[in-house]
Ligand binder design. Structure first.
Ligand SMILES: [Zn+2]
Ligand SMILES: [Zn+2]
Length: 321
């Protein structure tokens, strides 16, 4: 809450937007978020008639707001179908709770939910393999989640996967690509990722791309959407938190800077795409699991091997004792 009055009516404001110098009440803020989402969908051509959209649901605030918004925009359209998809990583209490929340939200909004478990697809649970591999838990889990979300979307015959990526996520991704000099990934930012085309790869769309993380948090509080989403096995890399706090500092001094970073990143992304021919960009299929990848074993299968190796080694070690 702020002490101010809405710039559009005389109700109390719930937010003061530094970047546009106005304040909004709950009603006008909510209308504005919805307008922004519609604009992102329209300008990016994210949804077409006939689409089935799988919405990735974590039980957290971003994905809950995403589903609520998509149902608001397309719920009455007979030519567009919305299905929830959730990944259970085998992080028992945490994920059981958030999947229950996702199920409740889906029931409330009249959307079906399809859940897939790491234990069924990869024969492992993150609770059992956490801290086992050489890389951080989030690296493993992120790759498995991406792979499984894609599979689940195919299982519900989805044309697209909608993910709750927001403006802050996008600004961070762009800055991280600059810092790492990752030109190839720079070509893959934007509100839809269909640069990789392969039958088995369901394109991803980001309808919340132009909404700030803070505003999604506010919206979720005002509308009682989403539960707290903090994984007990989280091991973040060092770069992202630094970039995040740097961007927040910049934004507080220069309101609107995150938005300019994102729009510049997108302009550059199109240039990169037009001007660079990436070698070996042809998509092949993983020789073990058949999922799309750049050749040989896919990242997921490599990491599964990694985990297995670590498990065997620790067993041997136990035996020696
Ligand atoms: Zn108002
Ligand atoms: Zn594979």
């Amino acid at each position: 809450m702020t002490d101010e009055i809405c710039s559009k009516c005389d109700a109390d404001a719930v937010i003061h937007r530094e970047y546009e110098g106005r304040s909004l009440c709950k009603k006008h803020f909510s209308i504005d978020v919805n307008k922004q989402v519609k604009k992102t969908i329209r300008e990016g051509d994210l949804v077409e008639s006939g689409d089935t959209i799988a919405v990735g649901l974590s039980g957290g605030k971003d994905s809950a707001v995403l589903l609520e918004q998509l149902v608001k925009v397309f719920g009455e359209r007979p030519d567009i179908e919305i299905v929830g998809v959730s990944v259970h990583e085998g992080i028992d209490e945490y994920r059981d709770e958030s999947i229950t929340a996702a199920q409740e939200l889906c029931d409330e909004l009249g959307v079906a939910l399809h859940v897939g478990r790491y234990s069924d697809y990869y024969d492992l649970k993150m609770d059992d393999v956490a801290d086992a591999g050489e890389r951080g838990n989030c690296t493993y889990c992120g790759i498995f989640r991406r792979d499984l979300l894609n599979k689940l979307a195919r299982e519900v015959d989805a044309d697209k996967i909608a993910i709750g990526h927001n403006l802050d996520d996008e600004a961070q991704a762009i800055m991280m690509n600059y810092i790492k000099g990752d030109t190839r990934r720079l070509a893959r930012v934007g509100s839809r990722t269909d640069q990789v085309s392969h039958d088995k790869f369901v394109p991803r769309i980001k309808p919340l791309l132009d909404v700030r993380e803070k505003e999604i948090a506010l919206y979720s509080r005002l509308h009682d959407l989403g539960v707290i989403d903090r994984c007990p096995h989280v091991q973040e890399g060092t770069l992202r938190p630094m970039v995040k706090s740097f961007l927040n500092k910049l934004e507080s001094q220069m309101p609107g800077i995150k938005h300019s970073i994102v729009s510049q990143g997108h302009d550059l992304s199109s240039l990169v795409e037009e001007n660079f021919e990436f070698e070996d960009s042809e998509i092949k299929e993983c020789e073990r699991c058949g999922e799309p990848c750049s050749g040989g074993l896919c990242r997921k299968c490599q990491l599964l091997d990694d985990i297995k190796k670590a498990a065997d080694e620790s067993e041997e070690h136990d035996f020696e004792k």
